[in-house]
Design a protein around this ligand. Structure first.
Ligand SMILES: Nc1ncnc2c1ncn2[C@@H]1O[C@H](COP(=O)(O)OP(=O)(O)O)[C@@H](O)[C@H]1O
Ligand SMILES: [Mg+2]
Length: 223
């Protein structure tokens, strides 16, 4: 099997100059293409920091990170942005939708950044919203939707860019049980269609739904 993520001896330090805090300590891990992996551990253990590095949103101090065989640590910021927008979809606990845009406009936004024309954007966004069961809500604003519907809109936004890798940071953390289950089944469906999923969760019951778990404690992988 092919590795999409290969991390070797990665460390991340915050406040290097003043009050150095080693948040990730000698992390080595891999994720194979097509896998559904949960990264789990207590609050403050470094999960989101690791996800930001995997998502090319942040950099490590030392170590190596290969994304689809490409050395991210050697990239400049614009190369990181390019690989991020071509390969990775994100889902966050707090949805991160723009409040003044409708569901379909939110889903279209990353396509706008990719300079895809309006007709094509609308077609792709509509299809992505259908995938998450929201064809009836495309003109709604985020505050006119439930939490579960907002998170499904955020997943549609990720689906619209056809990512190879989905990074989900506590995707059900703000949802009730039923909406959470709906969101997890959509993420599972994406994985079944070939998208590699790395899902961060502090909830061991949710982590158990993944094919494999990586446990971190105090910035180190313990399992
Ligand atoms: N930007 C930052 N600057 C300084 N410390 C941070 C920053 N982000 C997170 N931390 C610290 O790093 C540790 C790990 O945080 P985080 O990765 O968010 O953990 P988790 O997602 O597992 O809850 C925590 O102690 C947190 O306070
Ligand atoms: Mg976190």
């Amino acid at each position: 099997m092919n590795e999409i993520i290969r991390i070797n001896h990665l460390s991340k330090i915050y406040n290097k100059k003043t009050n150095a805090l080693k948040v990730l300590d000698d992390i080595s891990m891999n994720v194979y293409k097509g896998e559904f992996v949960a990264v789990t551990g207590q609050s403050g253990s470094g999960k989101s920091t690791l996800m930001n590095i995997i998502g090319c949103l942040d950099r490590a101090e030392s170590g190596q990170y290969l994304l689809d065989g490409k050395d991210v640590c050697k990239m400049n910021d614009s190369e990181m942005t390019r690989i991020r927008s071509s390969k990775i979809g994100f889902v966050f606990q707090s949805f991160n939708l723009l409040p003044s845009l409708t569901a379909i406009e939110n889903v279209e936004l990353p396509l706008l950044y990719k300079r895809i024309n309006k007709t094509e954007r609308e077609r792709i966004a509509q299809e992505a919203l259908e995938c998450v069961g929201l064809s009836e809500r495309i003109k709604h604003l985020p505050n006119e939707m439930s939490g579960g519907q907002q998170q499904r809109t955020a997943i549609a936004r990720a689906i619209a860019v056809s990512p190879e890798l989905l990074l989900a940071d506590e995707p059900t953390g703000s949802l009730d049980k039923a909406s959470g289950e709906e969101v997890l089944s959509i993420i599972r469906k994406m994985n079944n269609s070939g998208v590699t999923v790395v899902m961060i969760t502090h909830d061991i019951n949710i982590a158990a739904l993944a094919d494999r778990q990586i446990v971190i404690s105090d910035g180190r992988i313990i399992n």
